[in-house]
Design a protein around this ligand. Sequence first.
Ligand SMILES: *Cc1c(COP(=O)(O)O)cnc(C)c1O
Length: 428
Amino acid sequence: MALPLVLTAADLSHDRDFARALDAEDELAPWRAHFALPSRREHDIYFVGNSLGPMPHTARAMVNEELDDWSRLGVAGHMGSRRPWFSYHEQLRGPLARLVGAREEEVVAMNSLTANLHLLLTTFYRPSGKRTKLLIERGAFPSDTYAVRSHVSARGLCADTEVIEIAPRAGEWTIRDEDLDARIAQLGETLALAVLPGVQYRTGQAFDVARLTRVVHAVGAHCGWDLAHAAGNLALSLHDSGADFAVWCSYKYLNAGPGAVACAFVHERHLGDATLQRHAGWWGNDPKTRFKMEERFVPAHHADAWSLSNPPILSLAPLVASLAEFDGAQITRLRAKSVRMTALLEFLLRGTPDLEILTPTASHARGAQLSLLFAKNARSRFEAFLEAGLVCDYREPGIVRLAPAPLFNTFEEVWRAAAIVREACRSC
Ligand SMILES: *Cc1c(COP(=O)(O)O)cnc(C)c1O
């Protein structure tokens, strides 16, 4: 059965055997066995990889390798371990660049998402003259809002007037492109920086990184992206998009473990620019002179120039393991499977009483996640889903998020998840 990439209702079926047949022809099906799927009961459906991805089995061996080398070698491990700690982070450049469509010198794994956002706001939010405004969505992930407001205050400006929030229209959940365009155009030469989400965490709405970056650049502002819910989910082309910077965490779709080391992208055109403001640290210094321990900072010609410290090897090890899975599976194949899985889930849920799907229907406007809004009893329905083995999460006000992840979920799980939702909606 050859399915087209963009599915319409005519291509889909309510039949469980239809889902099984999609699994049978799925070339990514072998990847499921590479992960430890959390299961309180035997057939739990893990649809929260958008919140905390499951552990790749190889992560354990990767961490143990570093513990062994540390115990055997001590300080000599910096140069003499199997994967020398001095350059350990460099092995992530290739897989990260392939994952997000960047050049190897544009990506770095370091810190946490919010810490990286702060580091890049220091560089790319440079209010001066009339150009002082910072655009973000209303209802952005709170950490992002806190971070941008704190930067505006730290420059001696008023966050209430300088942070501009764009919101969906009254009665709507997702932001319209034309409203974003109009707001950016209206801000014009007062806009210093826009910080936008690749995929909105609550609604699952995906934004067009390249198009919006162009719109922001057209008024002379910088454009940065929070890709927490987009990395490992969408097939991104960060370099070609022209985005100034991006940050993302790696514990969601990237499966690198709780509090995993996060990532950042800085566009090539900004690399090696010693005039940029930044919070400098020795690990951002040009590696050729790093150990000369000189007094003046010389930025590496690399996104590494924003890193501060020698990285936490034990925490990077699971990221090495998980990115190897993405390299094998390939993000374009994952995205193609994901588009089909989400389309099938939406098709099977359509028409369920009291249920509204907030996530856009067009595949280019969403990733893996569907956000379900229940008119009533949202909390008790969510609990009924968990009870029936559908592991998902709940966000106020009454939203249940389901995220079938193409790396390890199956089409039959999509079918079973939809059956659980429909059944729970009949009975409570
Ligand atoms: C998950 C998430 C975060 C989390 O921030 P941490 O610094 O990793 O704790 C921030 N922003 C967005 C949009 C997220 O989805």
